[in-house]
Ligand binder design. Structure first.
Ligand SMILES: [Zn+2]
Length: 253
């Protein structure tokens, strides 16, 4: 709801940028530690598999570039969500791994080398790619998805997180039913990522440019994401506010 009031709010003379703009749910089921433990295991397994094949972190220049962008985004993440200070952000890159960019609960990111190379992302564009991924983590989208998942699996209210997550990972039918929730999370990550990126000083014009590149490229599968036009329209609506937020940054007043 906050973003609907947002355009009005920034027009007020009193808006100095000192207040957080994002809100986060506090009604999610399951223990966040349980969600993060499952993500941690899956992330380590994936990294080990990639590493064994020699496909992990083979481009140190790109890796340090991405780590620099994550470091630049972190203060804004903590400004919007103070308990994000406890997140141990981690990012790796892989090649020939069928990956664009992904984030797992607890702050575990993975980016495909070909994805960055093929779309020739600038640092500002990458800022918004990674801010979108960080937003999934900050908004606890994995935990939220499983919270909704309880209503789509049998006997969901009486089952443990890990058990439900396994069914979500495996069931085509359940995922199909939950596709609207997935799409809503993508739009929310776009919105939150736009705010985080702008607060961190990345050029807001790079957000619609990044979306245009993503959806023009058929080599990468964005079929589970909302329509390009919807993502673009929403980004353009927020664009003027994002410029203002960038000017203010993390105001100390
Ligand atoms: Zn996403």
């Amino acid at each position: 709801m906050k973003h609907l009031l947002f355009a009005m709010m920034i027009g007020f003379p009193g808006f100095a940028g000192a207040q957080a703009l994002l809100d986060f749910r506090n009604d999610l089921a399951f223990n966040p530690e349980a969600v993060e433990a499952v993500a941690e295991r899956a992330y380590r397994l994936r990294l080990r598999t990639l590493s064994d094949k020699g496909l992990l972190d083979t481009d140190p220049v790109l890796l340090s570039r991405l780590r620099g962008i994550i470091a630049k985004l972190q203060p804004a993440a903590q400004f919007e969500r103070p308990d994000a200070a406890a997140i141990r952000w981690e990012i790796h890159i892989c090649r020939l791994c069928n990956e664009n960019a992904s984030a797992m609960a607890g702050g575990k990111l993975l980016v495909g080398e070909e994805f960055v190379a093929e779309l020739a992302f600038t640092d500002d564009e990458l800022g918004y790619v990674l801010a979108h991924e960080m937003a999934h983590v900050l908004a606890e989208h994995t935990r939220e998805f499983a919270t909704y998942g309880r209503f789509f699996v049998s006997n969901g209210r009486d089952r443990y997180y890990e058990d439900i997550q396994r069914e979500l990972d495996e069931s085509f039918v359940v995922n199909l039913r939950m596709a609207p929730i997935y799409a809503e999370q993508e739009l929310e990550a776009d919105y939150m990522g736009f705010i985080l990126g702008a607060r961190s000083g990345f050029d807001p014009e790079a957000m619609p440019r990044m979306l245009r590149k993503l959806h023009a490229d058929t080599a990468f599968d964005f079929s589970r994401h909302p329509a390009a036009t919807e993502r673009m329209q929403r980004a353009l609506t927020i664009l003027p506010a994002a410029h203002r937020i960038r000017e203010l940054g993390i105001a100390e007043q």
